[in-house]
Write a protein that binds this ligand. Structure first.
Ligand SMILES: [Fe+2]
Length: 438
């Protein structure tokens, strides 16, 4: 590595960033080390490891880990590395295991990481090996749950998860409260795809409300002309509900507002967003009234946020009960996963609406997501030109902003979310004094 902290500081200014942030492999490697491997990264929801022994294999930055529910019912995150020669002890994406047995020499570990078996172990007499020595157990990663959302942090230092999420945690709260049973469950598999683009294009786009009127104009127009041509009195459909708001005006996006907080977290929307005018689902309001009463139901359903980003790894849509996870692979490859939630106690139609949304908007073959991908591809290619060294994010800087709890609220089409993310990026990338001294 040759970049110093001073070099990195020169790449981020209050209202613009250097184009190399999206293309420099050295910066990508530093992001893995100083951001993804040094802060809270989303692992999964507790409903994905329901039974004792259920596990998923994941990566935190470049490091393979296992999220597993142990025999005591607690969820652990463990390094997926045998303490013998270092092979991954869990090879599948997910499954159920009573123990993890390494495929190479058969060292076997309990689901809490403890080493319990070594074949032909007489040969280790009079060596430094001791099966009871914790250094031969799978190393445990610090992990915490916020209301069922499991995050892990390879650094043992720093804030706990609740403090890290700050006021932005209210988007998770609202998604849970939308459940008449007060609980969520991952249902319906995953949409997983790779972009040949830097991970930050996707994250930048989440709260970029100046692009839908251009990037998604053709979708908005096509949807509107389809609606206009329908015979009078045709009942509205869910597809119209979901797609039409992508043709909203600049003024509508201004009105939605955007809130940004510490650590790069942010959300667009408040009472208004692209989700606020959906038609009702039969039986849902009744179930909510039964659980919460009319007043509280109104309060819960008045919160209609668009995207919330828990920088850098998780983005959620509370009002539509779906989440997307960001997994950077290389400087120009990113895996995105979309997962959908069932609201416990809600009619099945609520889940069907969530899945319809994912197919229409977020899937790689959707009408809207593919527009965004075209923009990321053109950004990747255009930024290589070098006609300009800088990427602008100056819109509404210092204007139309007010404090809101531990967050700042701004007009919806402000670039404040981008500025906030890159301030967090710079904080992570330069907060390493010991490493610079080495
Ligand atoms: Fe978009």
């Amino acid at each position: 590595m040759t970049k110093t902290i001073e070099d990195i500081k020169k790449l981020v200014e209050p209202d613009r960033i250097h184009r190399s942030l999206y293309s420099d492999p050295e910066l990508f490697a530093l992001e893995q080390e100083r951001i993804f491997e040094s802060t809270w990264v989303y692992m999964g929801h507790e409903s994905q490891v329901k039974e004792n022994g259920d596990y998923m294999t994941l990566n935190i930055g470049r490091k393979p880990v296992i999220m597993v529910r142990g025999r005591d019912g607690n969820i652990n995150v463990l390094h997926n590395q045998c303490t013998h020669r270092g092979a991954k002890v869990a090879g599948k994406k997910c499954g159920n295991a009573r123990a993890f047995r390494c495929c190479y020499h058969g060292w076997t570990f309990k689901t809490d990481g403890t080493l319990i078996g070594v074949p032909h172990k007489g040969g280790y007499e009079e060596t430094h090996f001791d099966i009871k020595d914790p250094k031969f157990s799978l190393k445990v990663v610090r992990s915490q749950s916020y209301r069922g959302f499991i995050f892990a942090n390879l650094s043992s230092k720093g804030a706990d998860l609740k403090e890290f999420l700050g006021d932005a945690a209210s988007s998770i709260d609202n998604m849970i409260e939308r459940s008449p049973g007060g609980d969520l469950e991952i249902t319906g598999g995953v949409l997983r795809y790779r972009h040949n683009c830097n991970w930050k294009f996707f994250v930048d786009n989440l709260n970029d409300t100046m692009h839908p009127m251009v990037t998604h104009q053709s979708v908005g127009d096509a949807c509107q002309s389809y609606i206009d041509e329908l015979p009078k009195d045709t009942p509205p459909t869910r597809e119209m509900d979901i797609v039409a708001p992508f043709g909203s005006s600049y003024e509508n996006f201004d009105m939605m507002g955007v809130s940004v907080g510490p650590k790069g977290h942010a959300f667009t929307g408040g009472t208004d967003s692209i989700h606020s005018n959906y038609m009702e689902v039969d039986g849902y309001i009744e179930a909510m009234h039964k659980s919460y009463g009319e007043e509280k139901t109104k309060e819960i359903l008045c919160v209609n946020r668009h995207n919330t980003i828990y920088y850098p790894s998780l983005t959620i849509k509370g009002a539509i009960q779906s989440i997307r996870i960001i997994r950077p692979i290389s400087v120009n490859e990113t895996e995105i996963e979309t997962w959908t939630f069932r609201l416990k106690g809600a009619p099945d139609d609520m889940l069907h609406r969530t899945m319809l949304y994912s197919r229409l908007i977020n899937s790689p073959s959707s009408m809207v997501g593919s527009d965004d991908l075209e923009a990321y591809t053109r950004l990747s290619e255009g930024l290589m030109s070098g006609g300009s060294e800088w990427v602008d994010m100056s819109r509404f800087i210092g204007r139309e902003e007010r404090p809101d709890g531990n967050m700042t609220r701004a007009i919806g089409t402000s670039d404040i979310s981008l500025r906030n993310q890159y301030a967090a990026w710079l904080g992570y990338m330069t907060d390493v004094p010991q490493q610079e001294e080495l």
